[in-house]
Design a protein around this ligand. Structure first.
Ligand code: SAH
Length: 222
């Protein structure tokens, strides 16, 4: 992926992007590879034109179909929890492509991202955006992500960007040994970030920050 150039977004946006990274650092994001990636992925390219001036605010924004692009702090935090200091990450599975912003962040940190989205039109827009940005190490699937992507398992990491009441066991089973899954977990009024680390047949869970995500839904839509 190319670094967002001044020509593309203007120097004001570039400044606000770097200010966002400083804010994330002040809020406790410490993984330098994650911060560098956030500084490079042009978030404004993932939202419609009318919202582009707000793309480097630390806030969720609408992306259509009643879905949102996640708040940058949460993207950074989940990515940091997922990477967890590991290098050479091979394969990551993402459930909930949305506009593809989190996908782009992951794609610059791992060899290949397998991403699943249940709403076909969002998936196609995300695919187009990522291709326009020159991000090619992503495999896309229009499906209900509840059952993961068995044909491509096991994964080093799994991230869910919509909230299930509880993380489906079928997804945990697709983690490789030593793999990590990060997800918002809980119903509409009580979600927390949950990280699960797989050690052999044991799954160690840690719960952290309260969050608000759109719910993980069953089935697909065009
Ligand atoms: N990471 C995204 C966040 C998008 S919001 C971004 O940065 O834009 C969550 C997304 O999860 C929505 O697009 C929603 O349609 C999708 N989603 C919800 N339930 C799903 C499921 N069961 N399988 C796949 N995608 C799902």
């Amino acid at each position: 992926m190319s670094v967002a150039s001044g020509r593309e977004i203007g120097f004001t946006s570039r400044r606000t992007q770097l200010r966002l990274v400083s804010q994330l650092r002040a809020q406790g994001i410490s993984d330098e590879t994650v911060l560098t990636t956030i500084a490079q992925v042009p978030r404004h390219r993932f939202v419609e034109e009318a919202l582009q001036s707000r793309a480097y605010e630390d806030t969720a924004l609408p992306i259509g179909r009643q879905q949102t692009i996640s708040q940058p702090y949460i993207v950074a935090l989940m990515t940091q929890q997922l990477v967890d200091g590991r290098t050479d990450l091979g394969k990551v599975l993402e459930i909930g492509t949305g506009c593809g912003y989190q996908t782009a962040v992951l794609a610059s940190l791992v060899n290949r991202v397998y991403t699943i989205e249940r709403i076909g039109s969002l998936l196609e827009t995300a695919r187009q955006t990522l291709q326009n940005l020159g991000v090619y190490n992503v495999s896309y699937r229009h499906a209900d992500g509840t059952n993961g992507w068995p044909g491509r398992a096991p994964f080093d990491s799994i991230i869910i960007t919509a909230a299930p009441d509880t993380v489906p066991q079928g997804l945990l089973d697709q983690l490789g040994d030593g793999g990590r899954l990060v997800a918002p977990e809980g119903g509409r009024f009580g979600q927390h970030l949950t990280r699960v680390v797989r050690q052999g047949q044991r799954f160690r869970r840690e719960t952290s920050t309260p969050v608000i995500f759109v719910p993980m839904l069953l089935g697909t839509e065009e």
